[in-house]
Design a protein around this ligand. Structure first.
Ligand code: C2E
Ligand code: CA
Ligand code: CA
Ligand code: CA
Length: 278
Protein backbone atom coordinates (compact mmCIF):
# COMPACT_ATOMS: atom_id res chain seq x y z
CA UNK A 1 0.00 0.00 0.00
CA UNK A 2 2.67 2.48 0.98
CA UNK A 3 4.50 1.57 -2.23
CA UNK A 4 1.35 2.40 -4.17
CA UNK A 5 1.01 5.71 -2.36
CA UNK A 6 4.61 6.46 -3.21
CA UNK A 7 3.96 5.76 -6.88
CA UNK A 8 0.88 7.96 -6.76
CA UNK A 9 2.86 10.80 -5.20
CA UNK A 10 5.62 10.65 -7.75
CA UNK A 11 3.04 10.39 -10.52
CA UNK A 12 1.28 13.53 -9.36
CA UNK A 13 4.41 15.47 -8.63
CA UNK A 14 5.69 14.71 -12.10
CA UNK A 15 2.45 15.86 -13.66
CA UNK A 16 -0.13 18.41 -12.66
CA UNK A 17 1.31 19.22 -9.24
CA UNK A 18 4.79 19.74 -10.61
CA UNK A 19 3.35 22.29 -13.01
CA UNK A 20 1.50 23.91 -10.15
CA UNK A 21 4.69 24.06 -8.06
CA UNK A 22 6.61 25.55 -10.98
CA UNK A 23 3.95 28.25 -11.33
CA UNK A 24 4.02 29.02 -7.63
CA UNK A 25 7.78 29.31 -7.53
CA UNK A 26 7.88 31.45 -10.69
CA UNK A 27 5.22 33.75 -9.24
CA UNK A 28 7.37 34.13 -6.16
CA UNK A 29 10.55 34.79 -8.18
CA UNK A 30 8.73 37.29 -10.41
CA UNK A 31 8.11 39.62 -7.50
CA UNK A 32 11.82 40.25 -7.27
CA UNK A 33 12.70 40.00 -10.96
CA UNK A 34 12.67 43.78 -11.54
CA UNK A 35 14.78 44.70 -8.50
CA UNK A 36 17.22 41.85 -9.18
CA UNK A 37 17.86 43.12 -12.72
CA UNK A 38 16.58 39.93 -14.35
CA UNK A 39 14.36 41.73 -16.84
CA UNK A 40 15.52 43.14 -20.14
CA UNK A 41 13.87 44.45 -23.28
CA UNK A 42 14.07 43.36 -26.90
CA UNK A 43 12.83 45.61 -29.70
CA UNK A 44 11.22 44.40 -32.90
CA UNK A 45 10.92 46.79 -35.85
CA UNK A 46 7.71 47.61 -37.65
CA UNK A 47 8.38 48.47 -41.28
CA UNK A 48 6.22 50.79 -43.35
CA UNK A 49 5.10 49.01 -46.52
CA UNK A 50 5.19 51.99 -48.88
CA UNK A 51 8.78 53.15 -48.32
CA UNK A 52 10.15 50.19 -46.31
CA UNK A 53 11.51 52.37 -43.52
CA UNK A 54 11.73 51.53 -39.86
CA UNK A 55 10.24 54.35 -37.85
CA UNK A 56 8.82 52.33 -35.02
CA UNK A 57 9.64 49.39 -32.75
CA UNK A 58 7.66 47.19 -30.36
CA UNK A 59 9.23 46.60 -26.95
CA UNK A 60 9.00 43.02 -25.67
CA UNK A 61 10.03 42.06 -22.15
CA UNK A 62 12.53 39.26 -21.50
CA UNK A 63 13.09 37.42 -18.22
CA UNK A 64 16.36 35.66 -17.47
CA UNK A 65 15.58 33.41 -14.52
CA UNK A 66 18.68 32.70 -12.38
CA UNK A 67 18.07 28.92 -12.44
CA UNK A 68 15.64 28.19 -15.25
CA UNK A 69 17.26 30.50 -17.81
CA UNK A 70 15.12 32.50 -20.23
CA UNK A 71 11.36 32.19 -19.67
CA UNK A 72 8.91 33.18 -22.39
CA UNK A 73 6.61 36.14 -21.72
CA UNK A 74 3.76 33.94 -22.95
CA UNK A 75 4.39 31.92 -19.79
CA UNK A 76 5.28 34.55 -17.20
CA UNK A 77 3.07 37.52 -18.18
CA UNK A 78 -0.14 35.57 -17.37
CA UNK A 79 1.44 34.57 -14.04
CA UNK A 80 2.39 38.18 -13.32
CA UNK A 81 -1.18 39.22 -14.14
CA UNK A 82 -2.53 36.54 -11.85
CA UNK A 83 -0.21 37.47 -8.98
CA UNK A 84 -0.48 41.25 -9.36
CA UNK A 85 3.20 41.86 -10.15
CA UNK A 86 2.34 42.95 -13.70
CA UNK A 87 1.92 46.56 -12.60
CA UNK A 88 5.51 46.65 -11.38
CA UNK A 89 6.69 45.08 -14.66
CA UNK A 90 4.70 47.57 -16.72
CA UNK A 91 6.15 50.51 -14.76
CA UNK A 92 9.64 49.16 -15.33
CA UNK A 93 8.96 48.68 -19.04
CA UNK A 94 7.54 52.19 -19.46
CA UNK A 95 10.60 53.78 -17.86
CA UNK A 96 13.15 51.57 -19.64
CA UNK A 97 11.55 51.95 -23.07
CA UNK A 98 10.84 55.69 -22.92
CA UNK A 99 14.43 56.24 -21.72
CA UNK A 100 15.65 54.16 -24.70
CA UNK A 101 13.44 56.19 -27.04
CA UNK A 102 15.26 59.31 -25.79
CA UNK A 103 18.65 57.61 -26.24
CA UNK A 104 17.77 56.83 -29.87
CA UNK A 105 16.68 60.39 -30.47
CA UNK A 106 19.98 61.63 -29.05
CA UNK A 107 21.70 59.38 -31.61
CA UNK A 108 19.63 60.96 -34.39
CA UNK A 109 16.97 58.23 -34.75
CA UNK A 110 13.46 59.55 -34.35
CA UNK A 111 11.90 56.21 -33.46
CA UNK A 112 8.44 55.56 -32.00
CA UNK A 113 8.00 52.85 -29.39
CA UNK A 114 5.14 50.47 -28.58
CA UNK A 115 4.65 49.03 -25.10
CA UNK A 116 2.26 46.22 -24.20
CA UNK A 117 -0.27 46.99 -21.47
CA UNK A 118 -2.29 44.39 -19.54
CA UNK A 119 -5.89 44.33 -18.41
CA UNK A 120 -4.76 44.92 -14.81
CA UNK A 121 -2.86 48.05 -15.82
CA UNK A 122 -6.07 49.41 -17.28
CA UNK A 123 -7.74 48.94 -13.92
CA UNK A 124 -5.07 50.85 -11.98
CA UNK A 125 -5.68 54.58 -11.84
CA UNK A 126 -2.08 55.78 -11.88
CA UNK A 127 -1.12 54.69 -15.40
CA UNK A 128 -1.87 58.04 -17.14
CA UNK A 129 0.04 60.05 -14.50
CA UNK A 130 2.95 57.63 -14.72
CA UNK A 131 3.09 57.92 -18.52
CA UNK A 132 2.86 61.71 -18.43
CA UNK A 133 5.67 61.98 -15.85
CA UNK A 134 7.98 59.81 -17.98
CA UNK A 135 7.24 61.78 -21.16
CA UNK A 136 8.16 64.97 -19.26
CA UNK A 137 11.26 63.49 -17.66
CA UNK A 138 12.71 62.30 -20.98
CA UNK A 139 11.20 65.11 -23.09
CA UNK A 140 9.55 62.68 -25.48
CA UNK A 141 6.58 63.80 -27.60
CA UNK A 142 3.54 61.81 -26.51
CA UNK A 143 2.72 60.71 -30.06
CA UNK A 144 6.00 58.75 -30.21
CA UNK A 145 4.53 56.29 -27.71
CA UNK A 146 1.98 53.61 -28.59
CA UNK A 147 0.33 51.51 -25.91
CA UNK A 148 -0.87 48.11 -27.15
CA UNK A 149 -3.88 46.51 -25.47
CA UNK A 150 -5.67 43.33 -26.43
CA UNK A 151 -9.37 43.20 -27.18
CA UNK A 152 -9.94 40.84 -24.28
CA UNK A 153 -8.21 43.22 -21.83
CA UNK A 154 -10.74 45.87 -22.72
CA UNK A 155 -13.67 43.47 -22.76
CA UNK A 156 -12.99 42.26 -19.24
CA UNK A 157 -14.16 45.43 -17.56
CA UNK A 158 -15.43 47.47 -20.35
CA UNK A 159 -16.52 50.70 -18.65
CA UNK A 160 -13.38 51.11 -16.53
CA UNK A 161 -11.09 50.11 -19.36
CA UNK A 162 -12.73 52.48 -21.83
CA UNK A 163 -12.46 55.31 -19.31
CA UNK A 164 -8.76 54.55 -18.82
CA UNK A 165 -8.14 54.47 -22.58
CA UNK A 166 -9.78 57.88 -22.82
CA UNK A 167 -7.48 59.26 -20.11
CA UNK A 168 -4.43 57.82 -21.85
CA UNK A 169 -5.54 59.44 -25.12
CA UNK A 170 -5.73 62.76 -23.24
CA UNK A 171 -2.00 62.37 -22.51
CA UNK A 172 -1.50 62.33 -26.27
CA UNK A 173 -0.17 58.79 -26.57
CA UNK A 174 -1.40 56.55 -29.37
CA UNK A 175 -3.34 53.36 -28.70
CA UNK A 176 -3.24 50.09 -30.59
CA UNK A 177 -5.55 47.12 -30.42
CA UNK A 178 -3.34 44.02 -30.29
CA UNK A 179 -3.99 40.44 -31.45
CA UNK A 180 -7.02 41.65 -33.41
CA UNK A 181 -9.31 38.84 -34.48
CA UNK A 182 -8.53 36.46 -31.61
CA UNK A 183 -10.82 37.99 -28.97
CA UNK A 184 -14.56 37.97 -29.02
CA UNK A 185 -15.07 41.68 -29.44
CA UNK A 186 -17.95 43.01 -31.44
CA UNK A 187 -17.51 45.62 -34.09
CA UNK A 188 -19.73 48.02 -32.18
CA UNK A 189 -17.35 47.68 -29.26
CA UNK A 190 -14.34 48.33 -31.48
CA UNK A 191 -16.05 51.45 -32.74
CA UNK A 192 -16.26 52.83 -29.20
CA UNK A 193 -12.58 52.30 -28.46
CA UNK A 194 -10.41 55.40 -28.94
CA UNK A 195 -7.68 53.50 -30.80
CA UNK A 196 -5.37 54.69 -33.58
CA UNK A 197 -3.90 51.41 -34.73
CA UNK A 198 -5.06 47.85 -35.33
CA UNK A 199 -2.65 44.92 -35.20
CA UNK A 200 -3.77 41.82 -37.07
CA UNK A 201 -2.91 38.76 -35.02
CA UNK A 202 0.00 36.70 -36.30
CA UNK A 203 -2.14 33.53 -36.38
CA UNK A 204 -3.80 34.92 -39.55
CA UNK A 205 -0.65 36.36 -41.08
CA UNK A 206 1.90 33.55 -40.66
CA UNK A 207 0.23 31.23 -43.18
CA UNK A 208 -1.67 33.74 -45.32
CA UNK A 209 0.36 33.01 -48.46
CA UNK A 210 -0.72 29.35 -48.35
CA UNK A 211 -4.20 29.60 -46.85
CA UNK A 212 -6.82 31.51 -48.77
CA UNK A 213 -9.11 31.76 -45.73
CA UNK A 214 -6.38 33.50 -43.77
CA UNK A 215 -5.62 35.76 -46.71
CA UNK A 216 -9.30 36.71 -46.95
CA UNK A 217 -9.48 37.50 -43.24
CA UNK A 218 -6.32 39.62 -43.42
CA UNK A 219 -7.57 41.53 -46.44
CA UNK A 220 -10.99 42.17 -44.88
CA UNK A 221 -9.40 43.27 -41.60
CA UNK A 222 -7.19 45.79 -43.41
CA UNK A 223 -10.25 47.21 -45.15
CA UNK A 224 -12.21 47.30 -41.90
CA UNK A 225 -9.35 49.09 -40.11
CA UNK A 226 -8.96 51.63 -42.89
CA UNK A 227 -12.69 52.28 -43.05
CA UNK A 228 -12.49 53.19 -39.36
CA UNK A 229 -9.53 55.48 -39.99
CA UNK A 230 -7.00 53.22 -38.27
CA UNK A 231 -3.42 52.46 -39.14
CA UNK A 232 -3.18 48.72 -39.82
CA UNK A 233 -0.17 46.61 -38.82
CA UNK A 234 0.30 42.93 -39.67
CA UNK A 235 2.40 40.93 -37.20
CA UNK A 236 3.96 37.52 -37.88
CA UNK A 237 5.29 38.34 -41.36
CA UNK A 238 7.65 35.42 -41.93
CA UNK A 239 8.05 35.29 -45.72
CA UNK A 240 8.31 37.61 -48.67
CA UNK A 241 5.14 36.27 -50.29
CA UNK A 242 3.01 37.46 -47.38
CA UNK A 243 4.88 40.77 -47.38
CA UNK A 244 3.98 41.28 -51.06
CA UNK A 245 0.34 40.36 -50.45
CA UNK A 246 0.15 42.81 -47.55
CA UNK A 247 1.56 45.55 -49.76
CA UNK A 248 -1.06 44.69 -52.41
CA UNK A 249 -3.77 44.91 -49.77
CA UNK A 250 -2.47 48.38 -48.76
CA UNK A 251 -1.57 47.31 -45.24
CA UNK A 252 0.38 50.15 -43.57
CA UNK A 253 3.08 48.30 -41.65
CA UNK A 254 4.59 44.86 -41.27
CA UNK A 255 6.29 43.26 -38.31
CA UNK A 256 7.81 39.79 -38.23
CA UNK A 257 10.82 37.52 -38.42
CA UNK A 258 11.24 38.28 -42.15
CA UNK A 259 12.13 41.87 -41.28
CA UNK A 260 13.80 41.15 -37.94
CA UNK A 261 13.51 39.14 -34.77
CA UNK A 262 13.18 41.15 -31.55
CA UNK A 263 16.70 42.46 -30.77
CA UNK A 264 18.51 44.00 -27.79
CA UNK A 265 18.68 47.82 -28.02
CA UNK A 266 22.28 47.97 -29.24
CA UNK A 267 21.63 45.52 -32.09
CA UNK A 268 18.47 47.37 -33.03
CA UNK A 269 20.47 50.60 -33.20
CA UNK A 270 22.91 48.96 -35.62
CA UNK A 271 20.01 47.76 -37.72
CA UNK A 272 18.48 51.26 -37.85
CA UNK A 273 21.78 52.66 -39.06
CA UNK A 274 22.16 50.13 -41.86
CA UNK A 275 18.49 49.74 -42.85
CA UNK A 276 17.37 53.36 -42.91
CA UNK A 277 20.54 54.42 -44.73
CA UNK A 278 19.63 52.22 -47.70
P1 C2E B 1 2.51 40.15 -28.73
O1 C2E B 1 2.34 41.47 -28.05
O2 C2E B 1 1.46 39.74 -29.69
O3 C2E B 1 3.96 40.22 -29.37
C1 C2E B 1 4.30 39.57 -30.58
C2 C2E B 1 4.94 38.25 -30.31
O4 C2E B 1 5.13 37.59 -31.57
C3 C2E B 1 6.35 38.35 -29.70
O5 C2E B 1 6.56 37.21 -28.89
C4 C2E B 1 7.23 38.29 -30.94
O6 C2E B 1 8.55 37.85 -30.66
C5 C2E B 1 6.49 37.26 -31.76
N1 C2E B 1 6.78 37.39 -33.18
C6 C2E B 1 7.17 38.48 -33.86
N2 C2E B 1 7.31 38.24 -35.18
C7 C2E B 1 6.99 36.94 -35.35
C8 C2E B 1 6.95 36.07 -36.50
O7 C2E B 1 7.24 36.48 -37.62
N3 C2E B 1 6.57 34.79 -36.27
C9 C2E B 1 6.24 34.33 -35.04
N4 C2E B 1 5.88 33.04 -34.94
N5 C2E B 1 6.27 35.11 -33.94
C10 C2E B 1 6.63 36.40 -34.08
P2 C2E B 1 7.16 37.32 -27.42
O8 C2E B 1 8.20 38.39 -27.37
O9 C2E B 1 7.51 35.95 -26.97
O10 C2E B 1 5.94 37.85 -26.57
C11 C2E B 1 4.78 37.07 -26.42
C12 C2E B 1 3.66 37.85 -25.79
O11 C2E B 1 3.98 38.20 -24.45
C13 C2E B 1 3.37 39.18 -26.48
O12 C2E B 1 2.61 38.97 -27.64
C14 C2E B 1 2.63 39.91 -25.39
O13 C2E B 1 1.29 39.47 -25.33
C15 C2E B 1 3.36 39.42 -24.15
N6 C2E B 1 4.37 40.43 -23.78
C16 C2E B 1 5.65 40.57 -24.20
N7 C2E B 1 6.25 41.63 -23.60
C17 C2E B 1 5.32 42.17 -22.79
C18 C2E B 1 5.31 43.30 -21.88
O14 C2E B 1 6.30 44.05 -21.70
N8 C2E B 1 4.15 43.51 -21.19
C19 C2E B 1 3.03 42.74 -21.36
N9 C2E B 1 1.94 43.05 -20.64
N10 C2E B 1 3.00 41.70 -22.20
C20 C2E B 1 4.13 41.41 -22.91
CA1 CA C 1 1.94 43.51 -28.78
CA1 CA D 1 0.12 40.79 -31.02
CA1 CA E 1 -0.03 37.87 -28.54
Amino acid sequence: DSKQAQVAISFYSSGRDALHLRRLSLINDLRRATENNQLSVCYQPKMTLDDERIAHVEALVRWQHPVEGPISPDEFIPLAEHAGSIRQITRWMLRTVIRQCRAWRDLGHDIGVSINISAMDLASGDLPANVRALLDEFAIAADRVVLEVTESAVMRDSAIALDMLGRLKECGVRLAIDDFGTGYSSLSHLKRMPVDELKIDKSFVIGMADDSNDATIVRATIELGHSMGLLVVAEGVENSRSLRMLADYRCDMAQGYLISRPLPAAELTAMLVSHNAM
